[in-house]
Design a protein around this ligand. Structure first.
Ligand code: DC
Length: 253
């Protein structure tokens, strides 16, 4: 196990921490996974941790508006993060719930759950433990500002609203969910408002983050741009062979 609320030991040699933050649909997970593979790092989606708690609340029939109750749930939940094969799996109270975390129900409530200060406090340790181990690309909303303010490279991904909606609709349909565009529009608006407006750890770029606009770019173009920034920041060398992961890894060790 890589990390859980009950923190486990690691034998991993400490490598860089790459923080990739940004709003829903900006392309974080696609870019973060590709960067992790390219540079031989683990990939952790911190949104999945909030999603796991949201799933637990839904399954228990808890009232999401009851902040105290949801905070208590967060303190008692056993959430374990397992980076695996360039992706990330989540165990909730010992059970692999990864496939359930992108359901429309979870999507509809997760921002409200993540807004609760007690929830954020309860789920911060597990994220900081992951960052402390290093050798990881973490995506989320507050990685560069709160979870890992000393991350080696901080990227803030943005994209036009319309493009973010298009991507989310496509993604949901690829996962087999029959979503209506209007629903996705209101959901992303709602999530943007909550994620950016909350009191604790709002979505915003860290002062030292590099903002990358992914609008109108293919995933490959964005990945190449972000990889170039990482090489420059970590290795002081903008032009390297990008085709082999091992070539990339060698610049960190
Ligand atoms: O990245 P995602 O769509 O899986 O994130 C789901 C929600 O979790 C998102 O609305 C905001 C919240 N979140 C957060 O508040 N902080 C993070 N580090 C990651 C996600």
């Amino acid at each position: 196990m890589y990390a859980s609320n009950s923190i486990t030991a690691t034998t991993r040699k400490k490598g860089p921490v790459i923080a990739i933050d940004g709003p829903a649909g900006a392309g974080k997970s696609t870019v973060a996974k590709a960067i992790a593979e390219m540079f031989g790092l683990a990939y952790v989606s911190t949104g999945l941790i909030y999603r796991a708690l949201t799933l637990k609340a839904i399954c228990l029939g808890a009232d999401i508006r009851e902040a105290e109750c949801i905070g208590e749930l967060a303190r008692s939940a056993d959430v374990a993060v397992l980076p695996e094969d360039g992706d990330c799996r989540i165990l909730l109270d010992g059970e692999d719930v990864t496939a359930e975390l992108t359901s429309p129900e979870v999507c509809a409530y997760v921002s409200q759950v993540a807004e609760i200060p007690d929830v954020r406090a309860a789920l911060l340790d597990i994220q900081r433990a992951i960052a402390k181990k290093g050798s990881v690309v973490m995506d989320g909303r507050d990685i560069g500002t709160v979870v890992a303010p000393d991350a080696d490279v901080k990227i803030f991904l943005v994209a036009d609203f319309e493009e973010r909606v298009r991507r989310r609709v496509l993604q949901a349909r690829e996962r087999g969910y029959d979503v209506v565009e209007e629903t996705v529009v209101s959901e992303i608006k709602n999530r943007d408002t909550i994620d950016s407006g909350r009191k604790v750890a709002p979505l915003k770029p860290a002062p030292d983050a590099i903002t990358v606009d992914t609008t109108g770019k293919t995933p490959e173009e964005t990945i190449a741009e972000v990889a170039g920034i990482i090489r420059k920041e970590l290795c002081g060398n903008e032009v390297r062979n990008t085709s082999e992961g091992m070539g990339e890894k060698s610049c960190f060790t």
